[in-house]
Design a protein around this ligand. Structure first.
Ligand code: WT7
Length: 659
C-alpha cells in the first residue's frame, strides 16, 4: 500500500436536483435519503432484513440476516431459500409486465429484436431444461464466452435457474486468459458462439475455446455449447460440441427454478489484482440480487415506463449487475447492444437513444471522451443533431469522470435536464456504493458524492482512523453489505489479505485512494495498488509484466500507467531485452512484436501504448524497481525526486525515449 496520492482537483460548480425528479423519485429529497441512512445506522440488520423481505421473492424465508461468526467471510440470508432467475422472470409472469418488452436487442448491423418477459422466461427455461438434460446441476461451474446477445443473458439466467455457478469471460480475452479461467474455476461446461460481430467485422470466438481446451487441465469440460450467431465455419468435436439450438430444441418452455440458499454462489468473475493471477471474485445469490435491484430503484430511479440502456458488456461486472440481473428484477425494458459506439458512424449511441426512446442511459467516461472528440471532428454526428428528449437520467461508471467530460455529457447529451450520476463501485462490491441519487443529491462534476443508504463508506489512514475532511486516505467500508464479494475462488487467504488487512480494524479495503470535501462528498483519486484502469477496464501491472517477460526476447519488464485523455490511463512498458539495445526501425519492429504478444497472451485491452527500451530498470541498491520514478518518466516529466538511493541513475535518460 502506498499513500502517494495525486492531488484532487477543485471543483466549485454545484447542480441541485431537478424539481420534477425530486417529486416523483423512488427516494425523494434529502429527507428521504437521510431517513433511510438513519434507519440503516440505527440497526443495519433490521434495515437489510426489511429490504430483503420487501424486495425479493423467497421460497423459504430467512431467519438470520447476517452471520458474522466467520468474519470476514460474512454470510447473508443463508438460511433463506430463493432463486435469482425466478426473481428476475417468474415474478413478472402474472403481472402486466409479462407482455412487456424485457430486451430490445440491437445487432451490430442495426437489426432489432424485441423479447418480452414471457418470451425471455420461456427461452431461459428451454435452455435450462437442455443443460439439465445433459446432466448439469447446482454447484457446478460453467464458463460463458459469448458476445452481447439475448443468448448470453439466457445462458446466465439459465445457469442461475439451476444453481450452476457461471463465470463469464469477456469475449475480448485471449484463449490463454480463457484457459486460465476455465482451469481456475474448474468448469465442466463452456457456452460460446461461433463468432461475434462488432464494428462490421466478424471475430471468431469458438476457435479460442477450442484452443483453450487443448492447453491442458481442462478434462472436466464435457460439453461446449455453441450459439450460432453468424453461421461462420467452425471446427467441431463430435460428442463434445453442441449447438445451442439443438440443446433447446423440443425442451418444454417451463422449468422449475431450483430453491437455493441465500448464500449459494451465483457467479465468479475474474478481475485484476496487484499480483500476477486474476482473482475469481465470488458473489452470492440473495445479497447480490437484493442490491442489484435496490440500486436499480434508488440510483436509476427505475420506473415501469423506463427504457433503460447500460452499454457495458456482460463480460464485466457492470454487465452482470446492470444488464443480466438488475434490470430484469426491476421489470424495466432494456436495450442490449451487440456493436460499438462508432459503427456505422460515431452517432450510433445518440441514434439508438432516439430510436428506442431511451430514458436512462449508463455508460463509461472513456466512451464519453472519445465521442466528444469524434463529435468535434464530425459535427453531423454531434448529439445535438439527435432527438434525445426521452432521456431523464445519465450514469457514468468505471473510472473517475473528469469535469470536462461530465459537463459535455450533462450539456450535450442530457441537455441540462438530466442528472449525471457518477457511480463508484467495483467488481467486489456487486453494485453501486457511492453515487448521487436523482431526486436527492446536488451534483458536483467529478465527485461520486455520497454513499447509498446502508453503505458505511469512509476515508481512513494506515491505522484505520478517520482522516480529516480534505485529507486523502484509503477508501474503506466499515460495515459489511449484502452484495459484497464472499471470497476469492479457491484462495480464501488472498481474500483476507487483499480486502481485510489486520491494521484496518476489519474494514473492507477498496483499493482506491479518496478524499472527502467539507460537504462530505467523496472524490476518488485512483488506485493505491498496482492496478491500472484503461478505458474503465482493470488490469494488473504484474499481469502485463508477466506476459512481457514470457516473450523470448525479454529479460525484464516494468509496467506503469500514464494519464491519457481518452482512455483514462494508458499502459507504458519499460523493457530490458536479452540482446543489445535496439534502435530506430528495429526498435519499432520489436515493440510491435511485443504489443502483439501481450494481445495474444491477455487480450487487446492489455496492449501497452508505449514501449521504452533500456539496458536496465531504475532500481534501489536492494534491487527494488522504483515504479514511482517510472511513472514520472512515463509522463514525460523531469525527475525532480531524490535519486540518490538509485543504483543506476543514468538509466532514466534511456528510458525517457519513446520508440
Ligand atoms: C475500480 C473497479 C464498477 C464497475 C466497473 C469497474 C474504478 C469505478 C469509478 C468511479 C472513480 C471508479 C475504481 C475501482 N472506478 N467506478 N465512478 N469513479 N473510479 O469495476 O473493474 O472492478 O474496477 O474502478 O478504481 O476500484 P472494476
Amino acid at each position: 500500500m502506498t499513500t502517494e496520492i495525486e492531488s484532487v482537483l477543485v471543483e466549485n460548480r454545484v447542480f441541485p436536483p431537478f424539481a420534477n425528479l425530486v417529486k416523483d423519485a423512488n427516494i425523494s429529497g434529502m429527507e428521504g435519503y437521510r431517513a433511510l441512512c438513519d434507519e440503516a445506522e440505527r440497526s443495519p440488520l433490521e434495515f437489510w432484513g426489511r429490504l430483503a423481505r420487501e424486495n425479493l421473492v423467497w421460497d423459504k424465508p430467512f431467519a438470520t440476516v447476517l452471520d458474522e461468526s466467520q468474519a470476514p467471510f460474512y454470510k447473508w440470508f443463508a438460511d433463506g431459500e430463493m432463486n435469482v432467475s425466478a426473481n428476475c422472470l417468474d415474478r413478472h409472469l402474472n403481472t402486466p409486465t409479462a407482455n412487456k418488452t424485457a430486451i430490445i436487442f440491437e445487432a451490430d448491423d442495426g437489426q432489432v429484436e424485441h423479447v418480452s418477459y414471457k418470451q425471455l422466461h420461456a427461452r431461459v427455461c428451454e435452455f435450462a431444461n437442455g443443460i439439465k438434460a445433459l446432466g448439469y446441476k447446482a454447484g457446478q461451474r460453467a464458463v460463458i464466452y459469448m458476445p452481447m446477445s439475448v443468448e448470453a443473458v439466457v445462458a446466465m439466467q439459465a445457469c442461475a435457474r439451476l444453481g450452476i455457478i457461471h463465470s463469464v469471460v469477456f469475449g475480448g480475452f485471449s484463449s490463454k486468459s480463457l484457459h486460465e479461467r476455465i482451469v481456475d474455476v474448474g468448469a465442466v461446461l463452456v457456452i460460446t458462439a461461433d463468432e461475434q460481430v462488432r464494428g462490421g467485422k466478424k471475430i471468431p470466438l469458438k476457435p479460442a475455446v477450442d484452443e483453450a481446451l487443448t492447453m491442458g487441465s481442462c478434462e472436466a469440460v464435457s460439453h461446449v455449447i455453441v450459439y450460432r450467431r453468424t453461421g461462420g465455419k467452425v471446427a467441431w468435436q463430435e460428442g463434445r460440441d453442441l449447438w445451442m439450438h439443438d440443446v433447446t430444441a423440443k425442451q418444454p418452455s417451463t422449468c422449475a427454478p431450483v430453491s437455493l440458499s441465500g448464500e449459494h454462489p451465483l457467479f465468479i468473475l475474474y478481475t485484476s489484482g496487484s499480483t500476477g493471477k486474476p482473482k475469481g471474485v465470488q458473489h452470492a445469490t440473495a445479497g447480490f440480487l437484493l442490491w442489484s435491484l435496490l440500486t436499480m430503484k434508488w440510483t436509476f430511479d427505475a420506473k415501469d415506463s423506463d427504457v433503460y440502456w447500460c452499454t457495458a458488456d456482460v463480460g464485466w461486472v457492470t454487465g452482470h449487475t446492470y444488464v443480466a440481473y438488475g434490470p430484469l428484477a426491476a421489470g424495466v425494458t432494456q436495450v442490449v447492444f451487440e456493436g460499438t459506439p462508432t459503427y456505422p458512424d460515431v452517432g450510433r449511441f445518440w441514434d439508438m437513444i432516439e430510436r428506442h426512446k431511451v430514458s436512462v442511459f449508463y455508460t463509461a467516461p472513456t466512451a464519453i471522451r472519445s465521442l466528444t472528440k469524434a463529435a468535434e471532428a464530425a459535427p453531423q454526428f454531434h448529439p445535438r443533431e439527435y432527438d434525445l428528449s426521452s432521456l431523464r437520467i445519465l450514469g457514468s461508471v468505471g473510472e473517475p469522470i473528469n469535469p470536462e467530460a461530465w459537463m459535455w455529457y450533462y450539456t450535450h447529451v442530457g441537455r441540462e435536464h438530466c442528472p449525471v450520476l457518477d457511480t463508484w463501485w467495483q467488481t467486489e462490491t456487486g453494485a453501486h456504493m457511492i453515487s448521487p441519487l436523482p431526486g436527492v443529491t446536488p451534483l458536483k462534476p467529478g465527485s461520486c458524492t455520497l454513499p447509498l443508504p446502508g453503505i458505511a463508506a469512509a476515508v481512513v489512514d494506515e491505522a484505520g482512523d478517520d482522516v480529516e475532511r480534505g485529507t486523502g486516505g484509503f477508501l474503506v467500508m466499515k460495515r459489511p453489505w449484502p452484495a459484497m464479494v464472499r471470497t476469492i475462488w479457491g484462495d480464501p487467504e488472498r481474500f483476507k489479505k487483499s480486502y481485510f488487512p489486520p491494521e484496518l480494524k476489519g474494514y473492507y479495503l477498496a483499493g482506491d485512494g479518496a478524499q472527502r470535501d467539507t460537504d462530505g462528498y467523496f472524490w476518488i483519486m485512483g488506485r493505491i495498488d498496482d492496478v491500472l484502469n484503461v478505458s474503465g477496464h482493470r488490469l494488473g501491472t504484474m499481469e502485463v509484466e508477466s506476459a512481457l517477460v514470457s516473450h523470448e526476447l525479454v529479460a525484464e519488464a516494468a509496467v506503469v500507467g500514464r494519464p491519457d485523455a481518452t482512455t483514462g490511463e494508458a499502459i507504458v512498458a519499460f523493457v530490458v531485452l536479452k540482446r543489445s539495445l535496439p534502435e530506430g526501425a528495429e526498435a519499432k519492429a520489436i515493440a510491435k512484436q511485443l504489443r502483439d504478444w501481450v494481445s495474444k497472451e491477455i487480450g487487446p485491452i492489455a496492449k501497452p501504448k508505449d514501449i521504452r527500451f533500456g539496458e536496465n530498470l531504475p532500481k534501489t541498491r536492494s534491487g527494488k524497481i522504483m515504479r514511482r520514478l517510472l511513472r514520472v518518466v512515463a509522463k514525460g516529466e523531469k525527475v525532480t525526486q531524490d535519486v540518490s538511493t538509485l543504483e543506476n541513475p543514468q538509466i532514466l535518460d534511456q528510458l525517457s525515449q519513446s520508440v
